[in-house]
Design a protein around this ligand. Sequence first.
Ligand code: ES4
Ligand code: ZN
Length: 324
Amino acid sequence: MNEFLRQLPKVELHLHIEGTLEPELMFALAARNGIELPYASVDEAKAAYDFKDLQGFLDLYYQGMNVLRNEQDFYDLAMDYFKRARSEGVMHIDIHFDPQAHLQRGVPLEVVMAGLLRAKEEAEASLDLTIGMIMAFLRDRPADEALHVLEQASPYWKFLDAIGLDSAERDHPPVKFQALFARAKELGLVRVAHAGEEGPAEYIAQALDILEVQRIDHGVRCLESDDVVKRLRDQQTVLTVCPLSNVSLKVVERLSDHALPQLLAEGLKVTISSDDPAYFGGGLLENHLACADAFGWDEDTFRMLNRYAIEEAFVSEQRRDELL
Ligand code: ES4
Ligand code: ZN
């Protein structure tokens, strides 16, 4: 099974590029940029990645990305991950990135976009890997700031496949971003949103009804509402479920307790992703291996999950045919 999963051409729909920052690169960039880290060593950083909940993780995630200052830093971050993912058999990644988290620190949008787009272009030219771009907005920041950033991003609209919604979910319901998502729709951008990770099933319903999203990121708490499950099944809305993330952030205690088998049994269009691999114990291959171990899935199940991901990925028709 391990060899099968390594070889299986895999597609990842839910990945935060800032969450791929391995401690080794964090230290290298800190040295390059003259930044002091709150950790004495790589091991000390890794030891700190023991999270109580989503907020506990987000605190370290925003602190970690403080080493990203220059265009080359964003390029190195992304290119390092693209190479690692490719070596694990990943063929396509839709990446989320968080402009507000960088703007807030005084890093201009142009710096972020130039680095990420250069890495995307080079990976697509040299690695047989394709990359989709999801500009994500921070739900724990004001809605008008998000709208302003989307307008400021006008030179880059043509490079975006979608907008997303992430960060602290509790008390930040999708409805807060109704105007942002309406504007994205007007611009012809696809919409996705994190919902039902720590927030209630009601937030999934809001994301579908009010934000008109094409995918739900996470969505595991849909099982708390028969009505929401029915809607997700009827519309075959993709859920990008992140097994190791859910364990790390205590959404579930153990992977063997995870609702993934139940989500599949409900007839939902489930896919597997890694979310923030540098913080949650591994990339897409590790997530597959952990699922094989916890659920005993057969090869056909993994083939089906990756087919779902390919069907939903932000790729050209030609690339989709290649991958299917
Ligand atoms: C995130 Cl796991 C998770 N949830 C919400 N927002 C995020 N940003 C980065 N990782
Ligand atoms: Zn996420």
